[in-house]
Design a protein around this ligand. Structure first.
Ligand code: ADP
Ligand code: MG
Length: 366
C-alpha cells in the first residue's frame, strides 16, 4: 500500500487551466473521493497521479518519494476509467486475466483469482464474449474487474460505474467498499455523484474549476460546507438558498427576505451586529417542516407549486414570490397546487453565507 501526497499540482493544456495548484494527501489505506461537477479537473488530477499525463508544476509522491519522473507502469497503480480500453481481440475472461498473465502468475493461482472476481462482479455468463459484444455497463464492469484483479499499491477509479443502471451501481458500490474494507487498499475514486462519494469515501475532496473547495469527511462536507458552492453541490434535493438581509426587529437580530422575517437561531444573536447586512440563508429540504394549518408557527409562508409523490417520500415545491423552495415530506403529505403553506425551519440546520463571497459565516468566527 502507499500514502499519496499531492503538492501544488498544476495541469495546463495550452491555455486551459485544468488543475490550479491543488494539494492533498491520501493516507495509507484510505479511501478518498474526488467530487465535483463535470470539467472541474478530476480526471486530469487522476491522470497526473497515475503518470499518463505530464504535470505542469508541483510534486506527486508515493510514500514520501516523488514519482514525477517514474513511468506509469512502474508506479504500480491499478486504474479503471469511465471508458475502458478493453483489448478488442481478447474475450472477457482473458481481458480480466491479462494483468496477471503479464505479471507471470502461475496458472492455478491466476484461475482462482479471476474466478473470485468474476463471481463477485456477476460476469460468469459473459466470459466468452468479445468487448464488441458487450453493453456499456457490461464493459464497465469488465474494466473494473480487470483493475480490481491486480494487487497494486494504489487504486485509481475514475467514474468506474457511471454507465450501470441504478441497482447494479448500488451492488458495485458495495463490492468496491467491501474490497477496500477487506484488503485495505489506498483508493482514490472520482465521481460527480455526491451520493456515491458520501457512501464510499473516508474523506471527500470537493473540486470546482480546477481548485479544491473542501477536504473533509462526508459528515463535514454535508454539515459544515465552507461556501455556498459546496453547500449547493452536496445533498439531494439541493439546499434551499434565500437571499435577504440581517435586520433588527423587536430588539432581536432577524433575517428578512420577501417581506417576511425569520428568527435567527440563538447562536447568532450575540454576534448579530457583526453579521454582513446581505446574506444568503441556506436550509436543506429535509429540515423544513411544512404545514397546511393556518395557525401553525412558521418562518416563511408561500404557495404550493408542485407536489411530487415518490412513494417513499414526497417532495413539495413552494413559491414565495419569485423564490422557489423545496421540502422533503412524508409520502402521505400531498398538498394541492396553489394551497397556502407554512414552513418552519429547523434552527440547528440554518446556515448563513456571505452574499458577495459565498463564504460560510460561522458564529464562532465572526
Ligand atoms: P473532469 O474529469 O472533472 O470532468 P477533466 O479533468 O476531464 O475534468 O477536465 C478539466 C478541464 O480540462 C476541462 O475544461 C477539459 O475540457 C479540459 N481538458 C481535459 N483534457 C484535455 C486535453 N487533453 N486537452 C485540452 N483540454 C483538456
Ligand atoms: Mg472526468
Amino acid at each position: 500500500m502507499a500514502r499519496i501526497t499531492i503538492e501544488n499540482l498544476v495541469k495546463n493544456y495550452g491555455e486551459v487551466k485544468a488543475v490550479r495548484d491543488i494539494s492533498f494527501e491520501v493516507a495509507d489505506g484510505e479511501f478518498v473521493a474526488l467530487l465535483g461537477p463535470s470539467g472541474c479537473g478530476k480526471s486530469s488530477t487522476m491522470r497526473c497521479i497515475c503518470g499518463l499525463e505530464e504535470i505542469s508544476a508541483g510534486t506527486i509522491s508515493f510514500d514520501g518519494k516523488p514519482v514525477n519522473d517514474v513511468r506509469p507502469r512502474d508506479r504500480n497503480v491499478a486504474m479503471a476509467f469511465e471508458t475502458y480500453a478493453l483489448y478488442p481481440t481478447l474475450n472477457v475472461y482473458e481481458n480480466i486475466a491479462f494483468p496477471l498473465r503479464s505479471a507471470n502468475w502461475p496458472n492455478e493461482r491466476l484461475a482462482a483469482k479471476v474466478k473470485d472476481i468474476v463471481r463477485a462482479m456477476e460476469l460468469e455468463s459473459i466470459l466468452d464474449r468479445l468487448p464488441s459484444e458487450l453493453s456499456g455497463g457490461q464493459a464497465q464492469r469488465v474494466g473494473l474487474a480487470r483493475a480490481l484483479v491486480r494487487e497494486p499499491s494504489v487504486f485509481l477509479l475514475d467514474e468506474p460505474i457511471s454507465h450501470l443502471d441504478t441497482r447494479q451501481r448500488h451492488r458495485m458500490r458495495e463490492f468496491i467498499k467491501h474490497i477496500h474494507n477487506e484488503l485495505g487498499y489506498t483508493m482514490i475514486y472520482v465521481t460527480h455523484d455526491q451520493e456515491e462519494a458520501m457512501a464510499l469515501a473516508d474523506r471527500i475532496v470537493v473540486m470546482h474549476e480546477g481548485a479544491i473547495r473542501q477536504i473533509g469527511t462526508p459528515d463535514e462536507v454535508y454539515n459544515d460546507p465552507p461556501d455556498d458552492f459546496v453547500a449547493g453541490f452536496v445533498g439531494e434535493p439541493p439546499m434551499n438558498f434565500i437571499e435577504g438581509s440581517i435586520v433588527r426587529a423587536d430588539g432581536k437580530w432577524m433575517f428578512r427576505a420577501k417581506g417576511q422575517t425569520v428568527a435567527l437561531p440563538d447562536r447568532w444573536l450575540a454576534v448579530g451586529e457583526r453579521l454582513p447586512t446581505q446574506v444568503r440563508l441556506g436550509i436543506r429540504p429535509f429540515y423544513v417542516e411544512p404545514s397546511l394549518d393556518p395557525n401553525a408557527p412558521y418562518d416563511m409562508r408561500g404557495e404550493v407549486f408542485l407536489s411530487e409523490n415518490l412513494q417513499d417520500l414526497g417532495i413539495v415545491s413552494i413559491d414565495i414570490e419569485d423564490l422557489r423552495l423545496q421540502v422533503v415530506t412524508a409520502p402521505s403529505f400531498r398538498p394541492a397546487r396553489h394551497e397556502r403553506i407554512s414552513l418552519k425551519f429547523n434552527p440547528s440546520y440554518i446556515r448563513l453565507f456571505d452574499l458577495g463571497s459565498g463564504k460560510a459565516i460561522r458564529p464562532e468566527h465572526i
